[in-house]
Design a protein around this ligand. Structure first.
Ligand SMILES: [Zn+2]
Length: 511
């Protein structure tokens, strides 16, 4: 998730004055544009200007086929679900979801969602019954387990299936449902979001930003970061609208005035990284110099938005030069009516206001594709694993592009670190009602910067990359990353890490 640029508005952030803070940011390399004209687009974007443009295809790039899921695919999604230490009421340790096959239909006039969710899962432990999270505003119409009707209860947000499961057995749960979804209160006082999950605009458009949870507002799910799964998502909406979701755009079909779009996510994602957006979308595309194609979905008639998205191609190149190749088989950005921005996997979700259209916000969410999405925290006490490295990368990017010195940026972070610890708690032991406070951004960013200064950029980024390749598609803990850095540097770092992540006072400079 994004955070206002500290260099320009350290005091505003520290004081919680997020809405009043303007984060400028001049120059991204908006070096390649093109007009795609997708099935859903009749509108022209700026003309092609470089060889990296993708030309005038009629649909987003990608393999135009819905691949049958194979056993090796499903094995990619093996996880070790837990009871979360910060938000134990959401998610659970029974089910290791491997694949969510979501077949969704949205009526923007009635504001009603109908869906069938086919969940392939591994029993993660022996149990007489097992549970998933599922909105109380959606009614289960039928439920089968391995093809047989199964008994269940649905009280509050707890969907409990009364059937015994044995560790490592594989099952298929099919839930058909309908209703009028509502978002979920967010455990934060941040001004850029107060609810999470399925959100409907006045015009019946839909978006979902759902960190740390809230996926359960629109499908039955083990809604915790420790349980990554694959997704096949199909969305049916009235023409000319389009439903957009994570993964490769597989294709679309139209029947009786309704369009169905299909998306397939080739790498497992935690539920908080899943996104759904429905509206009158146009499509554009851009290819980075390294060959990563980004699909841009933007509200038709809003060229400013797609213009902002075009910071993405150069951002990918800049990030790859430090963190290694882009980790997924598809990439893109979708714009919604939110006030925030979120690193939803393979398809960043941005709001539509002056701040979230800034290039450093695009950079921030794309960095998360490596730090946050490719490798994710297994528990919400470690959200700093996502935001710390990403904030440092954002600071370095701003230094490269705006001419500011990174030392000035980190000095400004250090200047407010104590205040953040006092207000929100240490980054690794924060107040649960203050999810994603500024403490999980700037304090760990400072910590990583101390290591960067100690090791030099070459060794620092070599280890930052080897961490990602060693933990591809995994959900990890702080102990995992401490061990990795100690092993790779040969340094004893536990006191250093503990002071930054758990300390109540700002550590002194140095490692
Ligand atoms: Zn972030």
């Amino acid at each position: 998730m994004t955070r206002r640029g500290m260099r320009r508005c350290a005091l505003a952030v520290a004081a919680g004055l997020l809405a009043g803070c303007s984060a400028g940011g001049s120059g991204s390399d908006k070096d390649d544009e093109r007009e795609p004209g997708s099935a859903s687009s009749s509108e022209a974007a700026p003309a092609p200007s470089t060889p990296t443009d993708t030309g005038g295809e009629s649909a987003p790039a990608g393999t135009p086929a819905l691949n049958e899921r194979t056993e090796p695919d499903l094995l990619l999604a093996l996880s070790a679900p837990v009871e979360d230490s910060v938000y134990p009421a959401v998610g659970g340790p029974d089910v290791d979801a491997l694949l969510y096959d979501l077949d969704l239909s949205w009526d923007p006039t009635k504001r009603s969602l109908t869906g069938t969710s086919t969940i392939t899962f591994r029993a993660a432990r022996d149990a007489k019954k097992f549970g998933l999270d599922f909105s109380p505003f959606l009614e289960v119409e039928s439920l089968t387990l391995d093809g047989q009707e199964a008994a269940y209860t649905h009280r509050g947000k707890n969907l409990v299936v009364t059937a015994p499961i044995v560790t490592d057995d594989r099952h298929e749960l099919v839930v058909s449902y309908a209703g009028k979804p509502r978002p979920v209160p967010a455990p934060t006082t941040r001004r850029d979001f107060s609810t999470v999950g399925f959100t409907v605009t006045d015009r019946g458009e839909v978006w979902t930003m759902q960190e740390p949870y809230g996926a359960y507002s629109w499908y039955p799910v083990n809604d915790q970061p420790a349980d990554k799964a694959l997704y096949d998502i199909s969305v049916t909406v009235p023409e000319p609208w389009t439903g957009v979701a994570n993964g490769r755009f597989v294709g679309d079909t139209t029947e009786d005035g309704r369009r169905t779009t299909e998306f397939q996510l080739d790498e497992p994602a935690a539920s908080y990284l899943v996104t759904l957006a429905i509206g009158d979308y146009a499509h554009a595309a851009q290819t980075s110099k390294s060959g990563v194609t980004l699909d841009y979905w933007y509200p038709r008639g809003q060229p400013l938005v797609v213009d902002a998205m075009r910071a993405g191609g150069a951002a990918i190149d800049w990030i790859e030069s430090r963190l290694g190749p882009y980790p997924f088989s598809s990439a893109g950005i979708v714009a919604t009516d939110s006030q925030s921005a979120m690193e939803t996997q393979t398809l960043v979700t941005i709001g539509n206001n002056e701040y979230v259209r800034e290039p450093e916000v695009i950079v921030h969410e794309l960095v998360h594709q490596w730090y946050g999405d490719q490798v994710s925290p297994a528990d919400w006490s470690d959200v700093w694993l996502n935001e710390g490295m990403t904030m440092l990368m954002q600071g370095l990017w701003e230094a490269d592009h705006d001419g500011a010195k990174i030392s000035a940026t980190t000095d400004s972070w250090r200047g407010i670190d104590q205040q953040l610890r006092d207000e929100y708690g240490p980054p690794g032991a924060y107040d649960p009602t203050q999810f994603a406070g500024s403490n999980v951004y700037y304090s760990p960013a400072l910590m990583w910067n101390e290591l960067r200064l100690e090791l030099g950029d070459d060794q620092f980024f070599a280890i930052a990359r080897s961490w990602l390749t060693a933990n591809d598609n995994r959900s990890v803990t702080r102990d995992d990353i401490y061990e990795h850095w100690e092993k790779e540097t040969g340094l004893e770092l536990s006191a250093f890490f503990d002071a930054w992540i758990l300390g109540t006072t700002t550590p002194a400079p140095g490692v």
